[in-house]
Design a protein around this ligand. Structure first.
Ligand SMILES: [Zn+2]
Length: 123
């Protein structure tokens, strides 16, 4: 277990908005047209991806499953985490719906990102 704020058994991971990407933070980025998170290990700072195209799913509220194990075997970090500030929701917008219909599920998934989350810098 690491130090830090918890929500139940989930360690709350703050979003990095400084650009320094310190250990124990996450950043919003895109992979194959999907919004995903890059995560920095709280113990050693090793970085890895979460979300689409990885072994981890990010729920709409930022909860990550399954638990996260550091890519660096020498580090051995293992915990259950939740990405603070991760916010996905359906955006009821005619333009978005039309675009999704024309371009398919990929756009629909993009449209599920909360505009509030996108108002902050991405990498
Ligand atoms: Zn680590």
């Amino acid at each position: 277990m690491s130090d830090g704020t918890r929500d139940g058994n989930l360690l709350i991971i703050p979003r990095d908005l400084t650009g320094d990407f310190p250990r124990g933070t996450w950043r919003l980025t895109k992979r194959d047209g999907f919004y995903v998170a890059n995560f920095s290990c709280p113990r050693c700072g090793a970085r890895g991806g979460l979300g689409h195209g990885t072994n981890h799913t990010i729920a709409d509220d930022g909860s990550v499953s399954p638990s996260v194990v550091c890519d660096d075997a020498a580090c051995g970090y293992h915990d259950f985490i939740k990405l603070d500030g991760w916010s996905m929701r359906l955006v009821a917008n005619d333009d978005v719906a039309r675009a999704a219909k024309e371009a398919g599920e990929r756009v629909l998934r993009d449209a599920r990102v909360d505009p509030e989350m996108l108002s902050k810098p991405t990498i």
